[in-house]
Design a protein around this ligand. Structure first.
Ligand code: ADP
Length: 446
C-alpha cells in the first residue's frame, strides 16, 4: 500500500478521499489555492502545499504545480478526485512518467472515454445499447441534415469532447439544425478545444440511470447496481438515488452483466460509471465517466462498500477481495446536493456562511467541507454539502429526508435546500414518476 498520497482536489471530495486514506493508514498531502488555505482538508491532512492563485486554471488544473508538490513531499500516488484533472489523460500520463501512481484508469482508457464518439462506438461494439445517432463526428451540415431526417426530429448535437452538461443543442426541424450546427461547433471549440460534434436522437422523456462498477488489474469487474439521477437542472444532477424505482431485479442484472462483460474485455482498471438514458423499458448508452463521481456515496450506502478505499487499493495493485455474490443491494438511499445557488435560476451565490447546523440521526450521512464563517468562493463548484439519507425503503427514506432537510441550517448564502424540501413532497417524486426534464417543467411552480 502507498505510504503517502496527494489529493489533487478541494471541497467535500478532498475530505472524502482524506478519510479513506486515514482508514488505510496512508499519509496525506493536501494541495490548495491561495483562498483555500483554511479549508478543512488542508487542516486534516498530514502536509499541505499551496499550488497557486485562486483561479482553477492556475491551481487545481495546474499540472506542473501539482507534480512539483508531489515530488517535494514524496507522495507515491495522486488522487484526482472528481472534476478538475480527474479525466485528463495527459495528466495521468505525466503522473506515471514521474513514477507516481495515478488513482484512476490508464491514460489509454481515459483518452477512449474522453472522446464520446469513440466511447460510444467502442461500447456499441462491446454489446451495449446506444442512442440512435450519427456515425461518428460530423463535419458537414448536409450529412447532419440527412442523419436527422433518417433518425427523426427532435435531435441533439453534442460535443465529442464535451462534459459537465455543456454545449448541447436540441433541434426540432431542419431550420433549427442548420442554425445549431454552427453554434454547437463554435461552442465546442471554445469550451472543449475541439469543434468535433455528433448528433443523436433527442429522447423527450427519458430517465437518467447510471451503473457503478469497480474493476481491478486482474480481470475482476464488480457491478454495484444503479443510481437514478433524473432530477437535473442545466443537464446537471441535483438529487440522486439508488435503486431506481423503475428497474426490477431482472433488468438490473441484465444490463449489469452486459457491462461487466464489456469492461472485462476492455481490460479496464479502476472505478467507472456508465451513464444511460432509460426510455420505455430500454437503456441507451450515453457516456462512461472513468473516475469517482459525486454521487458515489449513494451506492456506498446501499452496498456497504467503500468505493474510495477500493479504488485506492486497486491502484496500489491489490486484488478485489469482494466477489459479485457478496454484493447485496439493500435498502434505499437518496442524495440531496446542497449547492450555494439560487433555487429558481440556479445561478451560483457565493458569500459567507453565517450560521450552520447539520442534520443527524440514524441513516443520515453528511459529506461536506463547510463551517461557520466559511466564505464560499466564487471560483469553484457551488456544492456545499451532500445530505445522503438511507433507510430500508424509499418511503422511509423520504420521511427521514423531510426531517433532515428541516434540521439543516445554512444561513448567509442561498442554497438548494428549500427546493429539495418542496421536491420530496411532490406526488410525482413520491411516485417515482419523473424524467430528466421534470424539474425544468415544474420549476416555476415550485
Ligand atoms: P455530459 O458529459 O456533459 O454530462 P451527457 O452525455 O452525460 O453529457 O448528458 C448529460 C445530460 O444531457 C443527460 O443526463 C441528459 O439529461 C441530457 N442528454 C444527453 N443526451 C441526450 C439525448 N440523446 N436525449 C435527451 N437528453 C439527452
Amino acid at each position: 500500500m502507498f505510504k503517502k498520497l496527494l489529493i489533487a482536489n478541494r471541497g467535500e471530495i478532498a475530505i472524502r478521499i482524506l478519510r479513506a486514506c486515514k482508514e488505510l493508514g496512508i499519509k496525506t498531502v493536501a494541495v490548495h489555492s491561495l483562498i483555500d488555505a483554511s479549508l478543512m482538508h488542508v487542516k486534516f491532512a498530514d502536509e499541505s502545499i499551496c499550488i497557486g492563485p485562486n483561479s482553477s486554471a492556475q491551481s487545481y488544473l495546474n499540472i506542473s504545480s501539482i507534480l512539483s508538490a508531489a515530488e517535494v513531499t514524496g507522495a507515491e500516488a495522486i488522487h484526482p478526485g472528481v472534476g478538475f484533472l480527474s479525466e485528463n489523460a495527459h495528466f495521468a500520463r505525466m503522473v506515471s512518467e514521474h513514477n507516481i501512481t495515478f488513482i484512476g484508469p490508464s491514460p489509454y482508457h481515459l483518452t477512449m472515454m474522453g472522446d464520446k464518439v469513440i466511447a460510444k462506438k467502442t461500447m456499441q461494439n462491446l454489446g451495449l445499447p446506444v442512442v440512435n445517432g450519427s456515425d461518428g463526428a460530423l463535419d458537414d451540415i448536409e450529412i447532419a441534415l440527412r442523419n436527422a431526417e433518417n433518425i427523426g426530429y427532435p435531435v441533439i448535437l453534442k460535443a465529442s469532447l464535451g462534459g459537465g452538461g455543456k454545449g448541447m443543442k436540441v433541434s426540432n426541424n431542419p431550420e433549427e439544425l442548420q442554425l445549431n450546427f454552427k453554434l454547437a461547433k463554435s461552442e465546442a471549440k471554445i469550451n472543449f478545444g475541439s469543434d468535433a460534434i455528433y448528433l443523436e436522437k433527442y429522447l423527450t422523456n427519458p430517465k437518467h440511470i447510471e451503473i457503478q462498477i469497480i474493476c481491478d488489474n486482474y480481470g475482476h469487474v464488480l457491478f454495484l447496481g444503479e443510481r437514478e439521477c433524473s432530477i437535473q437542472r442545466n443537464n446537471q444532477k441535483l438529487m440522486e438515488e439508488s435503486p431506481s424505482t423503475v428497474l426490477n431485479e431482472e433488468q438490473r442484472y441484465h444490463i449489469g452483466e452486459i457491462i461487466v462483460k464489456a469492461f472485462r474485455q476492455l481490460g479496464y482498471s479502476g472505478v467507472a460509471t456508465i451513464e444511460f438514458l432509460y426510455d420505455n423499458g430500454q437503456f441507451f448508452f450515453m457516456e462512461v465517466n472513468p473516475r469517482l463521481q459525486v454521487e458515489h456515496s449513494v451506492t456506498e450506502q446501499t452496498t456497504g462498500i467503500d468505493i474510495v478505499k477500493e479504488q485506492i487499493k486497486i491502484a496500489a495493485g491489490e486484488e478485489l477481495s469482494i466477489h459479485q455474490s457478496d454484493i447485496k443491494i439493500k435498502g434505499h438511499a437518496i442524495e440531496f446536493r446542497i449547492n450555494a445557488e439560487d433555487s429558481k435560476t440556479f445561478m451560483p451565490c457565493p458569500g459567507k456562511i453565517e450560521e450552520l447546523y447539520f442534520p443527524g440521526g440514524n441513516g443520515i450521512r453528511v459529506d461536506s467541507h463547510i463551517y461557520r464563517n466559511y466564505v464560499v468562493p466564487q471560483y469553484y463548484d457551488s456544492l456545499l454539502a451532500k445530505i445522503i439519507v438511507y433507510a430500508n425503503t424509499r418511503e422511509e427514506c423520504l420521511k427521514k429526508a423531510a426531517y433532515a432537510l428541516d434540521e439543516l441550517v445554512i444561513d448567509g448564502v442561498n442554497t438548494t435546500t428549500e427546493l429539495h424540501k418542496k421536491l420530496i413532497k411532490e406526488q410525482d417524486i413520491i411516485d417515482g414518476n419523473f424524467d430528466i426534464h421534470w424539474l425544468v417543467r415544474n420549476i416555476d411552480r415550485l
